[in-house]
Design a binder for this molecule. Structure first.
Ligand SMILES: C[S@@+](CC[C@H](N)C(=O)[O-])C[C@H]1O[C@@H](n2cnc3c(N)ncnc32)[C@H](O)[C@@H]1O
Length: 212
């Protein structure tokens, strides 16, 4: 194998599950790079002061911080596959973690360690590409969401070129159209819809919203 495929593979792996010092650095880069769509996704959830909020795949914890500011009388919980990200996000949100307003732990979306109907709002940003079993993941999100609750799943589906045209990323677009949206409807989410997000470093993002 040449050097470039090796580096690409390493880079992919560091986004799938950031590890070690490089993983920590990647997490901090993502805080900066994903800021527009993270703010936008948090807004889409319309978080109320008393809400219980879950973020799956919180990375270095920017979304957790934004959600905590909005759920000022509620609580925010998070699950991430990466131990390094649990540490980074806990450090970024140290005061609220210490106060018991945030609880972050390592885990997989396919087995969420929460009781049924625990959360009013759930978000997940740039993680769906890595879910090994989409239908099981959607089943878990539906299970832990309260009736009347809302989920927002944000992903990138393309990039704007120099001529201002969007070059669609076919695998991402297929994931969206053939697995994510139909899978959500099949699971029982209602009012499943697509929102167009901000361009972030020329990347175009969308969110799939579903209600329970
Ligand atoms: C590309 S990063 C995005 C992080 C953050 N949401 C952001 O936008 O900056 C993907 C994150 O999802 C986590 N992740 C990947 N697969 C996961 C899974 N199956 N369950 C929970 N977390 C997962 C990774 O550990 C990583 O922190």
């Amino acid at each position: 194998m040449g050097v470039m495929p090796l580096l690409d593979g390493m880079w992919d792996q560091q986004h799938r599950c950031p590890g070690g010092i490089i993983g920590w650095w990647v997490g901090e880069q993502m805080v900066r790079q994903h800021r527009p769509e993270t703010i936008w996704t948090t807004d889409l959830l319309d978080i109320q002061p008393a809400d219980a909020v879950l973020e799956v795949g919180f990375g270095a914890g920017q979304g957790i911080k934004l959600a905590t500011a909005r759920a000022s009388e509620g609580c925010v919980m998070g699950i991430d596959l990466s131990e390094v990200m649990v540490k980074a996000a806990s450090r970024r949100n140290a005061v609220a973690v210490k106060a018991g307003r945030i609880a972050l732990s390592q885990g997989n979306i396919t087995a969420l360690p929460f009781e049924d109907q625990r959360f009013d709002k759930i978000m997940s940003i740039h993680t769906v590409y890595f879910w090994s079993e989409i239908s099981l993941a959607l089943h878990e999100l539906y299970r832990v969401l309260k009736s009347g609750g809302r989920v927002a799943i944000t992903l990138c589906t393309g990039k704007m070129n120099d001529r201002g045209e969007v070059e669609v990323w076919t695998p991402s677009q297929l994931l969206l159209e053939e697995q994510l949206m139909p899978g959500m409807r099949q699971e029982g989410f209602r009012a499943v819809r697509l929102e167009q997000g901000p361009n972030s470093r020329q990347y175009t993002s969308v969110a799939v919203i579903g209600e329970k």
